[in-house]
Design a protein around this ligand. Structure first.
Ligand SMILES: Cc1cc2nc3c(=O)[nH]c(=O)nc-3n(C[C@H](O)[C@H](O)[C@H](O)COP(=O)(O)OP(=O)(O)OC[C@H]3O[C@@H](n4cnc5c(N)ncnc54)[C@H](O)[C@@H]3O)c2cc1C
Length: 400
């Protein structure tokens, strides 16, 4: 039974998952203290959000704001650009094949965060404190932390504090971050030829190099086609690409993508992200739930990471809301066990599929190449399998 003080939840982290967790919990009636630093910076990163995520953002009143700058993804093309002996022809997956207008939409991460923060600031049930959560404690009857000179306590702490998650570490959850030999180079480009809302993924021996459609820039000054880049490369190449000036970098991207969009020109800041896989023993501890990259981290292949993180936030909020409506403790062990059980399959299957795809590209072993070639052939030739994979990629049912 809850005590009379409705202390609610502390959400630590103001990345996209922390902001969505705060909004989703508040919608369930849970009082939320949201703790995090403000960051307006853009590193040329975008995120492709699928159907379920868009629906959640619409329900939270955020999508209307973001939709203006979102580009629909109507098809996904995969090109095996390796020296694989068993290389299959390029595959195109069209959203129309599974009865959708688009698989989802691509938007700038900084625009998403800004829109989420704007909405969160105006929700009466959310109190935002700028700063980092420090000195956390997790007791049987309450949990808390310090931030900006204040002591906070709550029934539940939601750690949305990213891949290295200091709260996860403080709670003693076993976690190992496996550094990958790859980086993701990011940027937003203007280009000569229309993207036609098709995302193209070139699979190379260093990982995929993907061009994802974006909404056109400065429509008032004429139509300018733009796309975002996620180019996975080995660490040595990341260093070399990082040393290039913008013009030379744009040319390198154009060459790598076989000029499918014609001349490329960088249209903003660019970024480089070191990649890692997180191996976690659990996504909960006493009065603590992990969400987003604090709960799972893997390379950016197939646009899965944030979509998965938003499903964590939605599930945790639903379970906490249910407990609250029955006047139960929202941070009790049974709520957190139910959260872990509900999320385990989805997290495990997504992480395994992405990591397997990444390893199969990095490896030059014939069995891996054969399996990849056969996999692509099967997806090309077997309609029901292709449609199953498309549906699972966009709105998973099997893994959860
Ligand atoms: C190149 C690239 C492309 C990607 N593309 C896609 C895509 O197309 N689709 C998709 O679904 N996913 C994609 N992802 C994955 C997606 O970007 C991440 O899953 C998502 O951004 C993680 O959000 P998060 O809120 O969990 O973590 P973060 O964004 O890392 O936020 C964590 C926040 O916690 C803060 N923090 C840390 N410590 C504390 C503390 N003690 N107190 C308070 N706050 C703290 C940090 O400052 C940070 O603001 C991509 C990833 C990369 C690298």
């Amino acid at each position: 039974m809850r005590d009379n003080l409705r202390r609610g939840a502390i959400v630590a982290g103001t990345g996209p998952v922390g902001l969505v967790a705060a909004l989703a919990l508040a919608r369930e009636g849970v009082p939320v203290t949201l703790v995090g630093e403000r960051s307006e910076s853009s590193s040329g990163r975008t995120v492709a959000l699928f159907d379920d995520s868009i629906r959640l953002l619409a329900e939270l009143g955020v999508w209307q704001e973001i939709a203006k700058s979102a580009a629909p993804l109507r098809a996904l093309r995969i090109v095996d650009d390796t020296d694989n002996l068993f290389r299959w022809r390029p595959l195109t997956f069209a959203a129309a094949e599974i009865g959708l207008d688009a698989f989802g939409c691509n938007i700038e991460l900084s625009a998403l965060n800004a829109a989420l923060r704007l909405v969160a600031q105006n929700v009466p049930g959310i109190h935002i404190i700028e700063g980092l959560a420090a000195a956390p404690f997790f007791d049987a009857d309450r949990a808390g932390c310090s931030v900006a000179g204040q002591r906070l306590d709550a029934e539940l702490i939601v750690a949305a504090d990213g891949q290295r998650s200091p709260l996860r570490e403080a709670a003693g959850i076993t976690a190992r971050l496996e550094r990958l030999p790859q980086w993701a180079m990011t940027g937003i480009f203007r280009h000569q030829l229309p993207h036609e809302n098709v995302s193209t993924e070139f699979h190379t021996r260093e990982g995929p190099c993907t061009l994802v459609p974006l909404a056109s820039l400065d429509e008032s000054r004429g139509h300018q086609e733009t796309s975002s880049l996620v180019w996975m490369v080995r660490s040595v190449k990341a260093k070399a690409l990082g040393a290039l000036d913008d013009e030379a970098f744009s040319l390198a991207v154009e060459r790598r993508t076989h000029s499918i969009l014609g001349k490329m020109q960088l249209a903003g800041p660019r970024g480089a992200v070191p990649l890692a896989i997180a191996h976690l023993g659990s996504i909960r501890a006493t009065r603590l739930a992990l969400v987003g990259e604090a709960a799972h981290a893997f390379p950016p292949i197939g646009a899965q990471g944030l979509n998965l993180g938003l499903r964590d936030a939605a599930m945790l909020a639903a379970l906490a809301g249910e407990a609250l409506s029955e006047d139960r403790d929202i941070g009790a062990a049974d709520v957190l066990d139910a959260y872990q059980d509900a999320r385990a399959n989805d997290i495990a299957t997504r992480s395994a599929a992405v990591n397997l795809m990444n390893r199969s590209l990095l490896s030059t072993l014939l069995p891996f190449d054969l399996a990849r070639g056969l996999g692509m052939a099967a997806l090309d030739l077997v309609g029901p399998l292709r449609r199953f994979v498309m549906r699972e990629g966009v709105a998973p049912r099997f893994g959860r």
